[in-house]
Design a protein around this ligand. Sequence first.
Ligand code: HPA
Length: 288
Amino acid sequence: MENAVHEAFALAESAASVIRAAFPAQHDMLVVLGSGWAESVPALEAMSTSPVLTLDVADIPGFKKPTALGHGGALKSIRIGTTPVLLLTGRTHLYEGRGVHAVVHGVRTAFALGCRTVLLTNGAGCLRTDWNVGTPVVIRDHINLTAHSPLTGDNAPAPLAGRFVDLTDAYNESLRALVRTVEPGINEAVYLGLHGPHFETPAEIRMAATWGAEMVGMSTVLETIAARHLGMNVLALSLATNLASGLSGNKLSGEEVIQVGKDSSKKVGDLLGRVLIAFDQQKGTLAL
Ligand code: HPA
């Protein structure tokens, strides 16, 4: 094996063949459920127009049960209307120490299975004191401050694109417009992606605010880069689980993030369901 990038793509192919044997449908979309979103699984399962199929990620090459609080360890096949959807109930974060390729393995595996759209969700700190905690927002752009890229190393194997990936429109405008049709007035944010797992200092948040960051978290940006490298369309939604460090007078805790996620589960599950139905109904007319 030539290098880590080639190994990562080969591992995604082996994962895809295990999944193909268990889930016969050809899937169009991957949904990754982050902190605060995994509680939506029962609601999404209840909407499925085909029997729900489940794999334990531990049984799929390259995946491992996430160690992050509030993250599930399953891959599910559901169908929304006529759209087969892969649901990853938790993600690997860079701070878990498994490396950047493990973080984007779900995206690369979904691509190998034919998915061309990915919906990433996360729980994040909010820098906008005029927005409400417990409310979902659409990510319109990001700042990647993880100091990593999934494209580090040799070029990916042909015929995949080269490494100088354009991120001008990383978060697909027509998918963002679709969310605005189902949730008029939803806020759109610049998401700052950091390595974590510690929360930020108030000074870091003040700095981030001057850069134009509106949400801050420890995920999503690397998956988006990997997806755009593969030409996949990306939609990303954040749940504001807390005001960012120094903005509320409160200390931050992982437990608070989980609790706000639990309290918001009905709201985010309902939004996800409506977004997926709208995608199913309008996918033929979207500029993807
Ligand atoms: N900072 C970073 N990541 C987060 C936060 C935060 O305030 N809340 C949830 N994930």
